[in-house]
Design a protein around this ligand. Structure first.
Ligand code: ZN
Length: 347
């Protein structure tokens, strides 16, 4: 806890005083934010167990070490483990054909890495280990995209005989779509993310009825802990838009996770007595001044949040204070994490 995490002064982190040779210009902030969130994400940690520490890969052992050091409150330990994790993830870049992309960026010293891409790399390395499969799949949603038979004539379009498999981590939507949903007063988070990926109904090749073949998503496995990603096309944003967006996210939590993917969730969920599974907002990774940080909720489900900026962790109180900080920055939310949390104390 070397300094208070204020957000406003985060630029200072990247200024290397002239003449100092022992100050390294590091920018592991996207990995720091991911470690802060994943290390506390109840479902992910349960699924992982000690799988990372026992894994064959360097990257996974560093991830396990980062979680352990974080639990022990060892700042230096987390720093060393996150550095190692970054190097190990970068080393996987040898398999990249084009040398472009996040793996080659991981190998550079100062590039600011996209937090969603880095999360994708962490999940990808988890999925390479037998011991970590459960944790890797806990955050993914799998299913297939299915085109129904024509409602008029019952024929199926030739070009869509077979369903298309889909396997997703971090469903994305344009941030403006969520701001619009918030401003409209009637928009919902799940609808916004689903609509961003909606497939228009196809016209029938046999009888030519327009929009007669519905396309929908059939879920085989919905994420146990859900990640949503927001695309901002400019960092120059109105703090009030950011606040409106976050207020909608909070109002709409817990959220029916299957609804993020399908209007009429079917497949395994069909006929389920339990109804739609709802997941609560657990963490928000934010971006300001080329720097990622994260707000993480207490895992007991209470409305009590902590702000993680690198090694500093500062209690910020209820989500209303998270909104206030993000409005003031503005700090732009890039990733929203949902998990099954206990009912808040007192409810
Ligand atoms: Zn038809």
């Amino acid at each position: 806890m070397a300094r208070l995490g204020g957000g406003a002064d985060s630029d200072d982190d990247f200024v290397v005083p002239e003449g100092l040779v022992d100050v390294e210009r590091r920018s592991n902030c996207s990995l720091d934010a991911i470690v802060a969130v994943l290390s506390q994400c109840p479902t992910f940690r349960r699924a992982l167990g000690n799988g990372a520490e026992a894994a064959e890969s360097d990257a996974l052992r560093y991830l396990g070490a980062a979680f352990r050091a974080s639990a022990e409150g060892s700042d230096a330990g987390v720093d060393a483990a996150v550095d190692g994790l970054r190097a190990a993830l970068a080393a996987r870049g040898d398999q990249d054909e084009d040398g472009e992309g996040v793996r080659s960026e991981l190998a550079t010293g100062g590039a600011h890495l996209d937090v969603a891409e880095v999360l994708g790399e962490v999940m990808s390395v988890l999925s390479t280990s037998e011991r970590c499969q459960k944790a890797a799949s806990a955050l993914r949603t799998k299913g297939h995209i299915h085109q129904r038979a024509c409602v008029k004539c019952g024929k199926r379009n030739e070009d869509f005989r077979d369903d298309v498999a889909f396997d997703e981590l971090a469903r994305s939507a344009p941030a403006t779509a969520l701001v619009d949903a918030a401003r409209s007063g009637t928009g919902r988070v799940a609808d916004t993310f689903r609509d961003a990926h909606a497939h228009a109904a196809k016209s029938c090749d046999a009888c030519h009825a327009p929009a007669a073949c519905e396309v929908d998503v059939i879920l085989d496995h919905a994420a146990k802990a859900l990640v949503l990603s927001l695309a901002w096309y400019s960092t120059d944003q109105d703090g009030n838009d950011v606040a409106a967006l976050l207020e909608l996210v909070w109002r709409d939590a817990p959220m029916p996770v299957e609804k993020v993917f399908s209007k009429n969730p079917n497949g395994r969920q069909r006929g389920s007595k339990a109804g739609l599974r709802r997941l609560d907002l657990f963490a928000v990774a934010v971006f300001q001044n080329a720097h990622y940080t994260a707000f993480v909720r207490a895992s007991d489900g209470s409305d009590s949040w902590t702000y993680h900026d690198r090694r500093s962790a500062v209690a910020v109180g209820p989500f209303a204070n998270v909104v206030a900080r993000c409005r003031a920055g503005p700090m732009l939310p890039y990733l929203l994490f949902y998990d099954a949390l206990p009912a808040p104390p007192g409810n």
